[in-house]
Design a protein around this ligand. Structure first.
Ligand code: RB5
Length: 143
């Protein structure tokens, strides 16, 4: 799968680990930065990843910051993006099954690395359930 990934400085270490794991598994991962621990503004990275997903360049996106909150707020400003801030296996699964989320936002300071890795697996492998959820998701775009 072609996956866009990005983080700010707070999410940088976790982003590098997720990037390595997905590349090792054969995913085509596009890294939108940041590329060091130097402080950056999370909206700049969120918007780049969100545009890559909204345009269809990448099928899914993963965003990491300290809490995941800023990344999810910023990414959801881009039309067509459904960024879900998830904290565990269940929220990652529901984000895909019920909300057809196309970006996973996670907090590197709130969520353990092994949980982040599991959420990434779930997020990339779970299909949208469709049906009644499709009607609801389509209403999101009408706002
Ligand atoms: C950076 O200190 C922090 O504010 C950022 O990573 C994120 O948590 C914002 O939502």
């Amino acid at each position: 799968m072609k996956v866009a990934i990005g983080s700010d400085h707070a999410g940088y270490d976790a982003k590098e680990e997720v990037l390595k794991k997905l590349s090792d598994e054969g995913h085509d991962v596009v890294d939108f930065g940041t590329y060091s621990h130097e402080s950056v503004d999370y909206p700049d990275i969120a918007h780049a990843v969100a545009e890559a997903v909204a345009s269809g360049e990448c099928e899914r996106g993963i965003l990491l910051c300290g809490t995941g909150i800023g990344m999810s707020i910023a990414a959801n400003k881009v039309r067509g993006v459904r960024a879900a801030l998830c904290h565990d296996d269940f929220t990652a699964k529901m984000a895909r099954e019920h909300n057809d989320a196309n970006i996973l936002a996670v907090g590197s300071r709130t969520t353990a690395m092994h949980t982040i890795m599991r959420m990434v697996d779930i997020f990339l492998s779970t299909e949208f359930a469709g049906g009644r959820h499709a009607d609801r998701v389509s209403k999101i775009e009408k706002a």
